[in-house]
Design a protein around this ligand. Structure first.
Ligand SMILES: Nc1ncnc2c1ncn2[C@@H]1O[C@H](COP(=O)(O)OP(=O)(O)O)[C@@H](O)[C@H]1O
Ligand SMILES: [Mg+2]
Length: 372
């Protein structure tokens, strides 16, 4: 018997006379010890699914069994109890109470489940040890980094000894430099056999750690399979497009005084994640800087969306500059400040493509491979 069983679950929302099918007749089994990654575009129903799995919300129709007990008709109170006993939830934001210290934050849910003071303390300390924060018990959340705060949130779950932990984009709100410490903690839980489901954009992580990957689209599980099946050999069109596109870093630039150094730092992290050679990284940063210079004069008119995209499969690296409006190709416009930028871009690129389509202008520069 599966630990969690969803059968024909739908969730509809009504917004201004319109019906939104956030989940559309979805069925899913999660076995004890499984680690499931859920990927898919924004708005595809991932959070709705997690909320229903986590008893934070009830479906419009369909059935849910948790540990063999049907719960779709449970009252709010019953749901709260089930949640407290069986389910851990880690969100994008940590929801730690700022006035309590770390230990007290971890202890808090145990107060509602009626543990003794002694037991609460012991369990909190043990949980903090598991996430490597045993020495931070007396700190306030504000005194910790974002990554550490998220680890406290995970400890808060672990202390309750849940049967399953659900993560909804646990690293999306973190500074990129802190993503890996949180993922390492989750990785370790996976190794210890904890049953988990995670909504994530960290594809390399999902591929390494999960037993099963679900690709969601428009409220359904559009494709599912092993990480190899989904990432290396997706069968359906949308999965294929998504898997190839997601390895991207996007930054929106709408003013000339944006923080170039912060953006470069993020691009460096991106390169690190995809193990790009140093010379390629250098070319990339150079291209990005020159492309920004080219767009600088009329940034205020139309913000620039700059995407760095890497396809592991074809090993191609592209910088894409997108703006709303029918703009002339900035590489061809007369009156460039100088030719140097253009020369540099041409030098590091393998190909350059410019397109105006559906009211959007898109310049794609493919960075050439370099060893080193
Ligand atoms: N409380 C709500 N009221 C109305 N519509 C909602 C609500 N929550 C989610 N939706 C809609 O349901 C769809 C799925 O949302 P969500 O599960 O948050 O997607 P994801 O997590 O994949 O981005 C979206 O179209 C979203 O706008
Ligand atoms: Mg979501």
């Amino acid at each position: 018997m599966a630990l969690v069983e969803l059968r024909n679950v739908s969730k509809f929302y009504h917004l201004g006379g319109e019906q939104i099918r956030a989940l559309d007749d979805l069925s899913l089994d999660i076995d004890a010890g499984e680690f499931i990654s859920i990927i898919g575009p924004s708005g595809s129903g991932k959070s709705t699914l997690m909320h229903i799995l986590g008893c934070l919300d009830t479906p419009t129709c369909g059935t849910i069994r948790l540990d063999g007990t049907e719960i779709q008709h449970a009252s709010r109170r019953q749901l709260a109890r089930i949640r407290n006993e069986k389910i851990g939830f880690v969100f994008q934001f940590f929801n730690l109470l700022p006035k309590l210290n770390v230990i007290q934050n971890v202890e808090l849910p145990m107060i509602y489940s009626g543990c003794s003071t002694r037991e609460r303390r012991d369990r909190a300390v043990a949980a903090l040890q598991l996430v490597g924060l045993e020495n931070r018990g007396k700190h306030r959340p504000m005194q910790l980094s974002g990554g550490q705060q998220q680890r406290v949130a995970i400890a808060r779950c672990l202390a309750m000894d849940p049967e399953v932990i659900l993560f909804d984009e646990p690293t999306s709100a973190l500074d990129p430099t802190m993503v890996s410490e949180v993922l390492s903690v989750i990785r370790r839980l996976a190794r210890d056999g904890m049953t988990m489901a995670i909504v994530t954009h960290e594809m390399a992580f999902a591929r390494d750690v999960s037993n099963r990957v679900l690709y969601m689209d428009e409220g359904v599980i559009y494709e599912e399979g092993t990480p190899q099946e989904i990432f290396d050999n997706p069968q359906r069109e949308k999965t294929r497009t998504f898997v190839n596109r997601i390895r991207a870093y996007t930054c929106r630039i709408d003013s000339p005084d944006f923080d170039l150094y912060a953006m470069n730092a993020r691009i460096e992290v991106f390169c690190e994640r995809h193990i790009l050679p140093r010379a390629t990284r250098h070319s990339l940063l150079l291209a990005v800087e020159e492309l920004l210079n080219l767009h600088m004069p009329d940034l205020r008119g139309a913000p620039l969306e700059l995407t760095v995209e890497y396809s592991e499969k074809s090993e191609t690296l592209e910088v894409i500059c997108e703006r709303l409006g029918n703009w002339a190709n900035p590489l061809e416009t007369e009156g460039l400040p100088d030719d140097l930028g253009l020369t540099l871009i041409t030098h590091v690129s393998e190909s350059i493509d410019y397109q105006v389509e559906n009211g959007k202008s898109r310049l794609t520069v493919r960075i050439g491979k370099r060893q080193g």
